[in-house]
Design a protein around this ligand. Structure first.
Ligand code: FES
Length: 147
Protein backbone atom coordinates (compact mmCIF):
# COMPACT_ATOMS: atom_id res chain seq x y z
CA UNK A 1 0.00 0.00 0.00
CA UNK A 2 2.84 2.44 0.83
CA UNK A 3 5.92 3.04 -1.28
CA UNK A 4 9.36 2.24 0.11
CA UNK A 5 10.13 5.94 0.31
CA UNK A 6 7.02 6.59 2.40
CA UNK A 7 7.97 3.76 4.75
CA UNK A 8 11.54 5.06 4.99
CA UNK A 9 10.47 8.62 5.84
CA UNK A 10 7.86 7.33 8.27
CA UNK A 11 10.33 5.09 10.08
CA UNK A 12 13.27 7.51 9.93
CA UNK A 13 11.74 10.95 9.66
CA UNK A 14 14.24 13.70 8.82
CA UNK A 15 14.37 17.05 10.60
CA UNK A 16 12.15 16.22 13.54
CA UNK A 17 12.33 18.71 16.40
CA UNK A 18 12.14 22.39 17.17
CA UNK A 19 14.24 25.44 16.37
CA UNK A 20 14.85 27.86 19.22
CA UNK A 21 14.20 31.41 18.08
CA UNK A 22 12.95 30.27 14.67
CA UNK A 23 12.41 32.93 12.00
CA UNK A 24 8.93 31.58 11.40
CA UNK A 25 6.68 29.01 13.07
CA UNK A 26 3.48 27.63 11.62
CA UNK A 27 0.95 25.35 13.28
CA UNK A 28 -1.86 23.84 11.27
CA UNK A 29 -4.56 21.30 11.88
CA UNK A 30 -6.13 18.90 9.46
CA UNK A 31 -9.86 19.49 9.53
CA UNK A 32 -10.58 15.96 8.31
CA UNK A 33 -8.84 14.00 11.03
CA UNK A 34 -7.82 16.52 13.71
CA UNK A 35 -4.10 15.84 13.28
CA UNK A 36 -1.73 18.69 14.04
CA UNK A 37 1.61 19.80 12.66
CA UNK A 38 4.08 22.50 13.59
CA UNK A 39 6.84 23.68 11.28
CA UNK A 40 9.88 25.77 12.27
CA UNK A 41 11.94 27.69 9.70
CA UNK A 42 15.32 29.33 10.17
CA UNK A 43 15.70 31.85 7.34
CA UNK A 44 18.85 33.90 6.70
CA UNK A 45 19.15 37.50 5.47
CA UNK A 46 19.22 36.34 1.84
CA UNK A 47 15.83 34.66 2.29
CA UNK A 48 17.35 31.19 2.21
CA UNK A 49 15.95 28.50 4.46
CA UNK A 50 18.98 27.55 6.51
CA UNK A 51 17.23 25.00 8.66
CA UNK A 52 13.81 23.48 9.08
CA UNK A 53 12.29 21.23 11.71
CA UNK A 54 8.84 19.83 12.31
CA UNK A 55 6.76 18.15 14.94
CA UNK A 56 3.57 16.34 14.26
CA UNK A 57 0.76 14.76 16.14
CA UNK A 58 -0.46 12.89 13.13
CA UNK A 59 -0.59 9.72 11.12
CA UNK A 60 2.26 7.95 9.35
CA UNK A 61 1.53 9.59 6.01
CA UNK A 62 1.64 13.02 7.67
CA UNK A 63 5.01 12.17 9.23
CA UNK A 64 6.41 10.92 5.91
CA UNK A 65 5.16 13.87 3.87
CA UNK A 66 6.44 16.41 6.41
CA UNK A 67 9.79 14.70 6.52
CA UNK A 68 10.06 14.81 2.72
CA UNK A 69 8.77 18.39 2.61
CA UNK A 70 11.48 19.54 5.03
CA UNK A 71 14.11 17.91 2.82
CA UNK A 72 12.68 19.65 -0.23
CA UNK A 73 12.68 23.16 1.28
CA UNK A 74 15.99 23.02 3.14
CA UNK A 75 18.59 25.24 1.48
CA UNK A 76 15.99 26.75 -0.83
CA UNK A 77 14.87 30.35 -1.16
CA UNK A 78 11.46 31.38 0.12
CA UNK A 79 10.18 31.60 -3.46
CA UNK A 80 11.37 28.07 -4.22
CA UNK A 81 9.89 26.75 -0.97
CA UNK A 82 6.52 28.19 -1.95
CA UNK A 83 6.53 25.98 -5.00
CA UNK A 84 6.88 22.83 -2.91
CA UNK A 85 3.26 21.75 -3.14
CA UNK A 86 1.75 18.66 -1.61
CA UNK A 87 1.73 17.22 -5.11
CA UNK A 88 5.49 17.71 -5.42
CA UNK A 89 5.97 16.08 -2.04
CA UNK A 90 3.81 13.12 -3.00
CA UNK A 91 5.71 12.69 -6.25
CA UNK A 92 9.00 12.73 -4.36
CA UNK A 93 7.59 9.94 -2.17
CA UNK A 94 6.46 7.88 -5.17
CA UNK A 95 2.81 8.50 -4.37
CA UNK A 96 0.35 8.05 -1.53
CA UNK A 97 -2.86 6.01 -1.38
CA UNK A 98 -5.84 8.24 -2.37
CA UNK A 99 -7.33 8.19 1.14
CA UNK A 100 -4.08 9.64 2.47
CA UNK A 101 -3.76 12.56 0.07
CA UNK A 102 -5.28 14.98 2.56
CA UNK A 103 -2.44 14.16 4.98
CA UNK A 104 0.10 15.61 2.56
CA UNK A 105 -1.68 18.98 2.71
CA UNK A 106 -0.65 19.37 6.32
CA UNK A 107 3.03 19.73 5.38
CA UNK A 108 2.38 22.24 2.62
CA UNK A 109 0.09 24.30 4.81
CA UNK A 110 2.49 24.21 7.75
CA UNK A 111 5.31 25.55 5.55
CA UNK A 112 3.04 28.30 4.26
CA UNK A 113 1.94 29.16 7.80
CA UNK A 114 5.57 29.36 8.95
CA UNK A 115 6.46 31.59 5.98
CA UNK A 116 3.46 33.78 6.79
CA UNK A 117 4.68 34.10 10.36
CA UNK A 118 8.16 35.03 9.09
CA UNK A 119 6.70 37.66 6.72
CA UNK A 120 4.60 39.17 9.51
CA UNK A 121 7.51 39.29 11.95
CA UNK A 122 9.72 41.02 9.38
CA UNK A 123 7.01 43.19 7.92
CA UNK A 124 7.55 41.92 4.38
CA UNK A 125 5.22 40.61 1.72
CA UNK A 126 5.97 37.28 0.09
CA UNK A 127 4.66 37.28 -3.46
CA UNK A 128 2.13 34.49 -4.00
CA UNK A 129 1.75 33.60 -0.32
CA UNK A 130 -1.75 33.66 1.05
CA UNK A 131 -2.80 33.79 4.66
CA UNK A 132 -2.91 30.19 5.89
CA UNK A 133 -6.50 29.05 5.91
CA UNK A 134 -6.08 26.04 8.08
CA UNK A 135 -4.78 27.93 11.07
CA UNK A 136 -5.35 25.73 14.04
CA UNK A 137 -7.53 28.18 15.92
CA UNK A 138 -9.79 28.64 12.94
CA UNK A 139 -10.24 24.88 12.73
CA UNK A 140 -11.31 24.73 16.34
CA UNK A 141 -13.86 27.45 15.75
CA UNK A 142 -15.17 25.69 12.67
CA UNK A 143 -15.65 22.53 14.67
CA UNK A 144 -17.53 24.36 17.36
CA UNK A 145 -19.88 25.71 14.76
CA UNK A 146 -20.52 22.29 13.26
CA UNK A 147 -21.51 20.60 16.46
FE1 FES B 1 -4.63 12.83 9.82
FE2 FES B 1 -3.23 11.65 8.02
S1 FES B 1 -4.98 10.89 8.98
S2 FES B 1 -2.97 13.65 8.75
Amino acid sequence: MYSEKVMDHFQNPRNVGEIDGASGVGTVGNAKCGDIMRMYLDIDENHIIRDVKFKTFGCGAAVATSSMATELVKGKTIEEALKVTNKAVMEALDGLPPVKVHCSLLAEEAIHAALWDYAEKNDIKIEGLEKPKSDIHEDEEEEEETY
